[in-house]
Ligand binder design. Structure first.
Ligand code: PA5
Length: 448
């Protein structure tokens, strides 16, 4: 790779040693090989491993064409989905879009709004009010096709769309992304004749951002999906087991976080210094939390937006319980330029910064925070992107996915299932009186 994201673990040394890291290199390599050989736990969910290099130009063209159709017809596109069915696209769209674009009247891109990721009645009513009178379309994403939150939202939104434009036109504005042959959404989409995309059987929701699940909404938002996939494909090449540990960012990150975990650092906080990266952390939390939090093991994943959260959680990070480490997403160069102006009166005392880039101030906050946190007993991992663009975000997504697979195997869990997610569903269905849950309904009534 000419230019690539970088991983700097030097500020973890002192909490763990280079010998600790080196001693785990062989295990990380073995775990990486296990992923590639398909001989580990959850090996029926490894389709994501070669997604970037296997997606064809025709597939990308087809996704782009569907995106262009929706872009032409709709000023708003509602993405219906929860968990892995929306977090990846939201992460990429937010990180690469103009922050205030959705407020502009003359914007080029449709506004993407989200539903099916909550059951808030007020939220849905307000969404319907917002959509009223606007030309909108819907992408309904559910791998299983049976998840309650998106199914409920889609039922309501489909009704609103059909009422607004008629059943026939609504069909041309709805896209379903689901399993190849099963599930309620598959049947509904087939019966209604919606354009369909398939989530491959062997790709779990939280690893699906580089399938149509992520690529279609990202393309609708006007982001270059070819560059995104190119970045991911380059990272795929550079994290195979053949790449030596010293150059293999995914193996290194997996080892360092597991070594810190062994030393009692049970919480990893992903920090950013750019508001656009907030949802990258939300996606990352799902990826790692749902993959590793099993068998009463696993790092707890948290996130903060700096510098805002330095004025809230910063206190805890600096002086609270010493069970945390921090991973910082750093952007080396801003895309835009703004200098601090000179002020004749200088009442705020900021003239000493006049002529400096705003990003310089941000970088000094970042460096100062890193040093303070390390001094305060918080190991620091730094992941740097040369700049914020689709190519580097593609690298970052694949880097995190690959490291997650390796890290889960180092921890000894199956990183590709999520049995714990079923517990709340069973109780909710029992409480709602869902047919087939009569026994559970009787049992749960005794507990409340
Ligand atoms: O990672 C996962 O598998 C989950 O977070 C799912 O993405 C989430 O539960 C949504 O499931 P579905 O796409 O089947 O509606």
């Amino acid at each position: 790779m000419n230019k690539a994201i970088k991983l700097d673990v030097s500020k973890t040394l002192g909490f763990i040693s280079q010998n600790d890291i080196n001693a785990q290199a062989a295990l990380a390599k073995k775990c990486n090989e296990t992923l590639h050989n398909g001989t580990g736990k959850g090996n029926d969910f490894l389709g994501w491993l070669n997604l970037p290099s296997s997606i064809t130009a025709e597939q990308l063209k087809d996704i782009q064409q569907t995106a262009d159709t929706l872009r032409a017809k709709c000023e708003v596109v509602v993405l219906v989905g929860i968990g892995g069915s929306y977090l990846g696209s939201k992460a990429v769209i937010d990180s690469l879009s103009n922050y205030f674009d959705w407020l502009q009247k003359d914007r080029k891109n449709p506004v993407i709004v989200y539903a099916g990721n909550n059951i808030g009645e007020d939220y849905l009513v307000e969404l319907l009010e917002y959509l009223n009178g606007k030309s909108f379309g819907i992408i309904n994403i559910s791998k299983s096709g049976t998840t309650t939150e998106p199914a409920l939202s889609f039922r309501i939104l489909k009704g609103a769309l059909e009422k607004a434009v008629g059943k026939e036109e609504a069909k041309s504005r709805i896209v379903a992304i689901t399993d190849a042959a099963r599930g309620a959404l598959f049947t509904l989409a087939t019966n209604e004749g919606y354009k369909k995309y398939v989530i491959p059987d062997n790709v779990g929701g939280r690893f699906s951002v580089l399938t149509p699940v992520g690529l279609l909404p990202i393309a609708i938002a006007g982001i270059d999906i070819q560059q995104l996939v190119a970045g991911a494909a380059d990272m795929e090449k550079h994290t195979t087991p053949e790449v030596p540990f010293e150059q293999n960012l995914a193996e290194q990150y997996a080892v360092v976080r597991n070594e810190l975990y062994k030393k009692g650092k049970k919480i990893e906080i992903l920090a950013n210094y750019h508001p656009k990266l907030h949802y990258i952390a939300e996606w990352w939390k799902q990826l790692y939390g749902e993959s590793e939090g099993k068998e009463h093991k696993g790092i707890f994943n948290a996130s903060v937006d700096f510098t805002a959260d330095l004025h809230s959680m910063g206190q805890w990070i600096q002086e609270g319980e010493r069970t945390i480490f921090e991973t910082v997403l750093s952007i080396e160069k801003p895309n835009k330029s703004l200098q601090v102006p000179t002020d004749g009166e200088n009442l705020d005392g900021l003239n000493f910064l006049a002529g400096k880039q705003v990003d310089f101030v941000n970088k000094m906050a970042e460096l100062g925070t890193q040093l303070a946190h390390v001094d305060g007993g918080v190991p620091n991992i730094k992941i740097s992107l040369p700049e914020l663009n689709a190519y580097y975000i593609g690298q970052l997504l694949y880097f995190f996915e690959k490291a997650c697979g390796i890290s889960g195997y180092i921890l000894g869990v199956n990183p590709f299932d999520q049995p714990g997610v079923e517990a709340y569903k069973k109780n909710m269905f029992a409480l709602l009186g869902k047919p087939g849950f009569e026994k559970e309904t009787e049992e749960i009534k005794k507990r409340i």
